[in-house]
Design a protein around this ligand. Structure first.
Ligand SMILES: O=C(O)c1cc(C(=O)O)c2c(n1)C(=O)C(=O)c1cc(C(=O)O)[nH]c1-2
Ligand SMILES: [Ca+2]
Length: 720
């Protein structure tokens, strides 16, 4: 079917509608990028080939658009008939002319600043959906919004979190993933399992915003009906895979669907990619019993009703934050002489899975990164064969895990080229040390609730500890053969946390890196053919499109997300990347230039000399519990949020309490903590930060004694 104008109005009926048909036949309209993964198969392959291996060396900046949020940018822009729609940090959206970057309209849903700490990992937003003349996106405070795509005017807005899901102080729900559309319904999940959450997805009518159905990914704590599409499968199948007691009954169990959620027109199924357990600690969560369905699984449901069809669990007994939320891609692969329609998946746990898309049957699996938690997969069922040492909540020992909680692959999109038959995975290695929280599970309102020892999760500031950890930090692209289940080749990067990938008909891969460079590689062999200095780390995936018949490649630039937030100083392995957020677009005849930038970031300011040593240990514990996840491990920042060691706020007890206790900076994303900490606890944090400032001031000053006066990673002991 030829649908020449995807914008033509269609009724949102139970069929595909004009937009759905246009997405299914995306290759008839390669000028557009109509849905998150470009097509329903989410292969992130574009047939465009004006830019190709022979001319990509001449690629130039065509335009840039500076954003008004200098935090992590993770969005996949959509392009519809010459307009580029980009969602940005703080859930804002910009409609830009795709050929010039000129602003057509923007929309700010005014997410309140004090909700920033209700999500684990920066106030990011990964993208939007387009359907029938409207754009749809989620907001960090839990809304789903529909706007007129032409004008940016509000059509409808709905709150996606039901009352029963938000029960109690210890639960938290944020929306930062991109919605997807299936047959006139907008599908959206949410995050929150690091705090306390019970995962679910909702389907809303695209025209009216009315809730159609909801599917919970983990059981009701009393095994009662939720009056949701998931009732029967949860009560009959999933509940018995949990202990009737354990912290999950209060915390919600987890299983949040914060990234991938895909409709497949071939099987007419929706695939739900389910996250980790809440709390992480399996012993505390569920008395160390059961597989805990549907944590770490892909679940398939019917688009019209949400009715359960099949599931495949990749990480039973999750205790490592091994989410299976990572990108679901469908492919047609030759397997034992026949072509099969399969899902390929590279979740955090480090294994690459090929499963039958219609039935969920396991076909094959192999580790795409080094991993130490499993001895392999059962060849029949795909179930991991555990390394007993990795079951830290059961054996009571510490466990240095690879992959760690950030996974062998996180939200950065992978791509597939039908010309090379390879899947290109933005892979990484970031280890994590797990140890049980001392004295059993204790929930802290307003902070992460994992059931782990947050002191152990941090890195001691000794050259030996740093060197050992940094040696294990790695990032690369692995070109993976999904049939042979092995790597064809690799491209090594300086460190982890690089952007997503797009593959093109010009036999190119485009990827932005943590060090701020944007690259084009040869898709057949990984040869580096082009790079551009974008001035800030890139973690988002590029898109490519045509405007006035000319090919562009665009990407959101902006260093952030959980890696620099939590790891702090050691997250600088790829270099010193401060945040300058913008959208950049390239073409072969571009003429734009980026202005010079201040790359110095937060300069060291001599901290007060005196501090109270009696409370700094306590301060360290409180800091790691409440502050580290945003301001960096052990009070060292990584270039995005203020580095507290040099903050004016630490100079006076009252001034510090005004910010931390009374919320003087809530408008900027700094919540108030007087409900969760006493003034003494807050003061102990101040004393600890002053101590850290004193311990590290001279080192940071010395590290800037170079002609650019930006921190030299080598002299901070953080190069590999
Ligand atoms: O369990 C969850 O609910 C949840 C949510 C999110 C999120 O919403 O961003 C992340 C994670 N987990 C997570 O484990 C993770 O590694 C992660 C990285 C990021 C990011 O955007 O940098 N978000 C999240
Ligand atoms: Ca998580």
């Amino acid at each position: 079917a030829a649908f020449c104008n995807p914008v033509a109005s269609a009724r949102a009926d139970d069929g595909q509608g004009a937009t759905g048909e246009a997405i299914i036949h995306a290759d008839d309209h390669p000028e557009n990028w109509l849905t998150y993964g470009r097509t329903y198969s989410e292969q992130r392959y574009s047939p465009l080939d004006q830019i190709n291996r022979s001319n990509v060396g001449d690629l130039k900046l065509a335009w840039f658009y500076d954003l008004d949020t200098n935090r992590g940018q993770e969005g996949t822009p959509l392009v519809v008939d010459g307009v580029l729609y980009a969602t940005t940090n703080w859930s804002k959206i910009k409609a830009l002319k795709a050929d010039t970057g000129q602003l057509l309209w923007d929309y700010d849903p005014k997410v309140p600043g004090n909700v920033a700490d209700r999500g684990c990992c920066d106030t990011v937003n990964r993208g939007l959906a387009y359907w029938n003349g409207k754009v749809y996106f989620g907001t960090f405070d839990g809304r789903l919004i529909a706007l007129d795509a032409k004008t940016g005017k509000l059509v409808w807005s709905t709150y996606t979190i039901p009352k029963d899901a938000s029960l109690g102080q210890q639960r938290s729900y944020t929306v930062d993933g991109a919605p997807r559309i299936a047959k006139g319904r907008v599908l959206i999940g949410n995050g929150g399992a690091e705090f306390g959450a019970r995962g679910f997805i909702s389907a809303f009518d695209a025209e009216t915003g009315k809730l159609d159905w909801r599917f919970y990914t983990v059981p009701n704590n009393k095994n009662e009906p939720d009056h949701a599409a998931s009732d029967s499968v949860l009560m009959n199948k999933a509940y018995k895979t949990w202990s009737p007691t354990g912290a999950w009954t209060k915390q919600g169990g987890g299983g949040t669907v914060w990234d991938s959620l895909v409709y497949d027109p071939v099987t007419d199924l929706v695939y739900i990619a389910v996250g980790n357990g809440s709390p992480w600690n399996y012993k505390y969560r569920t008395d160390g019993k059961g597989n805990n369905l549907f944590l770490g699984s892909i679940v398939a449901v019917k688009p019209e009703t949400g009715e359960y069809v099949w599931h495949f669990q990749e990480t039973p007994m999750d205790q490592w934050d091994y989410t299976s939320v990572q990108q679901i891609m469908t492919l047609d692969l030759p397997i034992n002489g026949e072509t099969r329609h399969v899902i390929v998946h590279a979740p955090k746990n480090g294994f690459f899975y090929v499963i039958d898309a219609k039935t969920g049957q396991f076909i094959s699996g192999n580790n795409y990164v080094y991993q130490n938690w499993a001895l392999g997969l059962d060849p029949k069922t795909g179930r991991p064969i555990y390394n007993p040492d990795a079951l830290w909540t059961l054996n009571g020992k510490e466990w240095y895990a690879i992959p760690g909680d950030l996974g062998g692959h996180n939200f950065a999109a992978m791509a597939y080229s039908p010309k090379t038959n390879l899947v290109y995975i933005p892979a990484q290695q970031v280890p994590f040390l797990y140890k049980s929280q001392v004295g059993g599970f204790k929930a802290h309102p307003d902070s992460w609730n994992l059931g782990i020892d947050m002191g152990k999760a941090g890195l001691p500031d000794t050259p030996e500890a740093k060197a050992a950890f940094i040696k294990d930090l790695k990032g690369w692209i692995v070109a993976w053969d999904p049939v042979k289940q092995q790597a064809a080749w690799k491209i090594d990067h300086k460190g982890p946390w690089n952007g997503g990938i797009v593959a093109t008909g010009g036999d190119l891969l485009f990827q932005g890196l943590a060090n701020g460079e944007f690259h084009a590689y040869d898709a057949t062999n990984g040869q580096d053919l082009f790079h551009f200095d974008a001035q800030s780390g890139i973690i988002a995936p590029p898109v490519t499109y045509l405007a006035n018949g000319k090919q562009y490649v665009a990407v959101e630039v902006g260093w952030g997300g959980i890696y620099p937030f939590f790891l702090g100083g050691v997250a600088r392995t790829s270099g010193w990347t401060v945040n300058h957020s913008r959208v950049v677009a390239f073409s072969l005849d571009g003429k734009a230039k980026l202005p010079p930038q201040n790359d110095m970031g937060f300069l060291p300011v001599k901290p007060p000399e005196k501090y109270d040593e009696k409370v700094t240990d306590k301060g360290y514990f409180e800091y790691q519990t409440y502050c580290a996840a945003c301001h960096g491990d052990n009070a060292e920042g990584a270039g995005v949020l203020p580095d507290l060691r040099w903050s004016g706020a630490i100079r006076h007890k009252d001034g510090f309490y005004n910010v931390v206790g009374r919320g003087a900076l809530t408008a900027y994303g700094m919540d108030r903590f007087d409900a969760s900490m006493s003034p003494d606890q807050i003061e102990s944090i101040r004393q600890f930060i002053i101590k850290r400032g004193n311990d590290t001031y001279q080192r940071e000053v010395d590290a800037r004694k170079n002609d650019k006066t930006i921190p030299d990673a080598a002299s901070l002991g953080i190069t590999q």
